[in-house]
Write a protein that binds this ligand. Structure first.
Ligand code: HEM
Length: 396
């Protein structure tokens, strides 16, 4: 059996990774199923990643993440400790997820399709037409944060606050203590927001997700803290990830005029196109776990406490799983599902909702703006995420 020290190094700061992240990860993955990086052990093979996200010996990586950031005692750390992120497999995690998994599962998501579509259309209406516009400001951030406001029965004026705080709290994944203060301040603001929102919604219930969550609490499925923590967690997980994935989708699809034209003529192709975007250029490059006990992965001894990363980015560009993976092809069939949303009992709660949201954005843009021109864009790829750093486009 081999040890972690025997594994090849994977350097996320290398020129190769910066220039061509997915090709670089896949090239490693085709040679070695595992590698070691500055942050822990990287799993680079599709089947091993699928196994890892379901593996009972691998638990949440969030407690270690908070240690790395050095978050002090206080409301934000308490929130984190109580929230779903700190819970490992077991009845408590299952019970916490259950109401959300129901409300945001495939059927639950259908119940708010029409309203989400209305939000998407409102946001698109407000974008300046025929001139260059910063789509991060006018589309990517406002769409998911306004959807969150709809879910929470909040006024749409709160969307900018939601987007800003979500971007800040997601900086936990940078593992950089320099961001600790920004993260704490954003969590403090989100905690206040959640408490005020719940009180307002109790006083005036509506036809929205928060009212349904309050009903779940009243039925004893969640306690008061769980309810508050879910309101915060949804803001935390929703806006930042969805904003970047919307930007990636617009860039990858609108920059290919033949694909954009096909989508405009036949929007029934949009779900396949969005699936291909999430394979070819996923927001999620890796998802974190920690070894709960001494264990073995691919004949390598992994001691208890080791941070382990399912490196989804490597698997999506592996030709053993996807034919010509570097080719963007919305007509792919019979290939394994993408892993953009992780898996198992830790999988993304919002995956159906956000997939629907991205599809609606693309359908409306492709049908109404067949000549949409991406004039400038930029990406950054951390070990964890793809981020859209610039996106200027002209809607025409
Ligand atoms: C395209 C946008 C999104 C991406 C790429 C994404 C990706 C992910 C990933 C990779 C995980 C971890 C899965 C794992 O470790 O196995 C996750 C967890 C989670 N996501 Fe998302 N997500 C997105 C949008 C959303 C939205 C819209 C929501 C809620 C409305 C949401 C709520 C959550 C929650 C609550 C968790 C934690 C689940 C748990 O610990 O049990 N996400 N997401």
């Amino acid at each position: 059996m081999r040890q972690i020290a025997d594994l090849p190094d994977l350097d996320f700061n290398s020129a190769d990774y910066v220039a061509a992240p997915f090709a670089t990860l896949a090239a490693h993955g085709q040679k070695w199923p595992l590698a070691r990086s500055a942050r822990g052990v990287e799993i680079l093979d599709y089947d091993l990643c699928r196994k890892a996200v379901l593996d009972r010996q691998l638990g949440t990586g969030h407690p270690k993440l908070m240690n790395v950031l050095g978050l002090p005692e206080g409301r934000p750390l308490n929130y984190k400790r109580q929230s779903i992120s700190f819970h490992n497999r077991g009845p408590r995690r299952r019970d916490l997820r259950l109401p959300l998994a129901r409300l945001m599962g495939p059927e639950g998501t259908e119940t708010f399709r029409r309203e989400v579509d209305g939000v998407v259309q409102r946001v698109i209406e407000a974008i300046p037409k025929g001139e260059p516009t910063d789509l991060i400001e006018t589309l990517c951030d406002p769409t998911p944060s306004a959807v969150y406001c709809y879910w929470m029965g909040a006024p749409f004026e709160d969307a900018a606050f939601v987007a800003r705080t979500s971007h800040s709290v997601q900086k936990v994944h940078t593992r950089n203590p320099e961001f600790a203060e920004e993260i704490i301040n954003a969590f403090e603001a989100l905690i206040d927001f959640a408490e005020a929102r719940i009180a307002a919604c109790r006083a005036a219930p509506g036809d929205n997700l928060l009212t349904d969550l309050i009903k779940a609490e009243e039925a004893g499925q969640l306690d008061e803290d769980d309810l508050r923590n879910w309101v915060i967690k949804l803001a935390e997980a929703n806006t930042d990830n969805s904003s970047h994935q919307i930007g990636i989708a617009v860039i990858e699809l609108a920059s290919r005029p033949e694909v954009w034209a096909r989508l405009g003529r036949d929007p029934s192709l949009v779900p396949a196109a969005v699936r291909e975007v999430m394979r070819y250029h996923p927001r999620t490059i890796s998802t974190s776990r920690e070894a709960m006990e001494d264990m073995v992965i691919a004949d390598v001894a992994i001691p208890k406490g080791t941070p382990v990363f399912a490196n989804i980015g490597a698997t999506h560009w592996d030709e053993r799983y996807y034919a010509e993976p570097e080719t963007f092809d919305i007509d792919r069939t019979d290939e394994p599902p993408h892993l953009n949303f992780g898996g198992g009992i830790f999988s993304c709660i919002g995956r159906y909702a956000v997939t629907m949201e991205v599809e609606q954005v693309i359908s409306h843009l492709a049908t109404r703006y067949p000549n949409l021109a991406v004039e400038d864009h930029g990406f950054t790829h951390s070990p964890m995420f793809t981020s859209v750093s610039r996106l200027v486009a002209r809607l025409q």
